[in-house]
Design a protein around this ligand. Structure first.
Ligand code: 5GP
Length: 140
């Protein structure tokens, strides 16, 4: 269950032009702009032009549009920044660290370890199997 969409969140204000941003790209369904506190230089956010808090309530046509814009941004980042490694991330809910409650995809020109961490320990296969079955049942 996501929080209710708040029309006064900072990205809604950016979409309405009430707050400035450093725009990189825009089309009818998406806007891409520089993150104001970049994890690495060239950190871009891609947002849909629809009210969605996070992944679970993002309409699929806007999800496709966000991906299409992200593909353009990645190509531009690689070309301009002369870097191949772009970490794509997106936080769902405050428990995951989400701080702005309008869906946004991060495209960070940096190795994943500069953004978060890779786990090195293998999980118990039985625990993985049990969880996979529970998740699968929850979808069915
Ligand atoms: P989250 O933690 O929700 O995944 O990411 C929110 C992101 O929005 C952060 O990386 C933060 O730096 C960025 N951000 C917050 N406020 C603003 C703003 O007013 N303008 C821009 N361009 N980015 C913002």
């Amino acid at each position: 269950m996501t929080v209710a969409y708040d029309d006064n969140n900072i990205f809604a204000k950016i979409l309405r032009g009430e707050i400035p941003c450093h725009k990189v790209y825009e089309d009818d369904k998406t806007l891409a702009f520089m993150d104001i506190m970049p994890v690495a230089m060239g950190h871009v956010l891609v947002i849909p032009k629809c009210p969605a808090v996070e992944l679970s309530d993002l309409p699929l046509d806007y999800a496709v549009a966000v991906i299409a814009t992200a593909q353009k941004i990645i190509k531009a980042q690689r070309s301009v920044l002369n870097i191949q490694g772009i970490t794509q991330m997106q936080l769902n809910d405050a428990q995951a660290g989400q701080s702005v409650f309008h869906y946004h995809m991060h495209l960070v020109p940096a190795h994943f370890s500069e953004v978060a961490k890779h786990e090195t320990a293998m999980a118990d296969p039985q625990a993985l199997a049990a969880l996979a079955a529970k998740l699968s049942a929850a979808i069915a």
